[in-house]
Design a protein around this ligand. Structure first.
Ligand SMILES: Cc1cc2nc3c(=O)[nH]c(=O)nc-3n(C[C@H](O)[C@H](O)[C@H](O)COP(=O)(O)OP(=O)(O)OC[C@H]3O[C@@H](n4cnc5c(N)ncnc54)[C@H](O)[C@@H]3O)c2cc1C
Length: 314
């Protein structure tokens, strides 16, 4: 098959080849067809992306989106892949894997931090802590990137990233680069709502000066607690539901429902924290989905609480 052609599949079965809409463009060399997504997600499950591209800079990104829009190709962004479960059949359309250094700037000046969306949250937290800036340390141990954290409203029971964001720059669906200020948020609106359908490029955060040793110490303490309350680091796992209320956590409801350790196929409700599913190498995406249904059904039956998914199913 030439690079100008892509496989056309129906229900996962190869039917024919069709021409490649990115072929005659300057992004041809960064687009891969029928590209495996499993290695790019923490769960390591699921089928390929019809098109996968890693933009080298903002121009590549706008060209990819422009061509996708012109050809009615759905597109989405993948960053660290810690909050995504890919189905067996994979993803129809373009997956933009945002990992290049062009999206990974990190500059700290006084109490202001300018950070690219592809920077790992852990790198941001440790560098700001060492620079004597407080505010992020309670997010220690949340895996993924800065962009993923904004989009999925990453939070711990104590803190979210949201109130620390002063300014956010994004590329919208028309490929315009737009900068939003905190005051652009309507009452009750979150940054995650504001960036729906857009690509987050970078953020400006405002943190609080503090003694570096104290911040690093708090960071270490949070990490010790976090590690104890999530699956072991070597286990592929996902945090499944949002907490219905701060004092009524998904973890406690699932545990009270007697579901800790429940399993379907290669997927198991973590015995360390019931709001995580851990997967074994033989696991299929369907095992995770059926286990999610089982948990939801049982929690609803026993407590009349509808659990909302934190994990995205693609
Ligand atoms: C062991 C473990 C522990 C976890 N603990 C926590 C926790 O304590 N708190 C918590 O909130 N979450 C937790 N999570 C979930 C996960 O870490 C967060 O959701 C994280 O923010 C995902 O970041 P990511 O870079 O992996 O995003 P991805 O999983 O790649 O993407 C998540 C979403 O963000 C979008 N996205 C990513 N980057 C961009 C961008 N630049 N522009 C636009 N959209 C973008 C994607 O399209 C997708 O919709 C945990 C997960 C695991 C596996």
């Amino acid at each position: 098959m030439s690079v100008t052609e892509v496989p056309l599949r129906v229900h996962g079965e190869f039917v024919a080849t069709m021409s490649h809409p990115f072929a005659d463009s300057k992004v041809n060399d960064i687009v891969t067809c029928d590209a495996p997504l499993a290695p790019l997600t923490w769960l390591s499950l699921g089928g390929p992306a019809q098109y996968l591209a890693r933009p080298r800079h903002v121009d590549d990104l706008s060209e990819l989106i422009r061509i996708a829009n012109a050809n009615a190709i759905p597109w989405r962004v993948l960053a660290g892949g810690f909050n995504v479960l890919v189905r067996d059949q994979g993803v129809n359309g373009l997956v933009i894997h945002l990992v290049s250094p062009a999206f990974s700037d990190l500059e700290i000046q006084d109490k202001s931090v300018h950070v690219g969306s592809a920077v790992p949250l852990t790198a941001l937290i440790s560098q700001t802590a060492r620079a004597g800036l407080s505010g992020l340390e309670q997010l220690t141990g949340v895996p993924g990137t800065v962009g993923g954290a904004v989009k999925s409203s990453a939070a711990t029971r104590v803190v979210t990233l949201e109130p620390l964001i002063r300014r956010l720059t994004l590329m919208d669906a028309d490929t315009d680069v737009v900068t939003m200020e905190r005051q652009d948020l309507a009452p009750g609106q979150s940054w995650a709502d504001l960036v729906e359908g857009d690509v987050i490029l970078d953020l400006d955060l405002e943190l609080t000066p503090d003694n570096p040793e104290s911040v690093v110490k708090r960071m270490r303490n949070v990490w010790i607690l976090k590690k104890e309350h999530q699956p072991y680091g070597h286990q592929a796992s996902a945090c499944i539901f949002r907490d219905p209320k701060p004092d009524r956590t998904a973890e406690s409801l699932i545990e009270q429902a007697g579901l800790k350790g429940s399993r379907i196929g290669g997927a198991e409700v973590s015995v360390r924290n019931a709001n995580y599913i851990v997967v074994e190498p033989n696991c299929q995406p369907g095992d995770v989905l059926r286990l999610i249904d089982l948990i939801r059904g049982e929690v609803e039956r026993q407590f009349r609480v509808e659990l909302a998914l934190r994990l995205e199913v693609w």
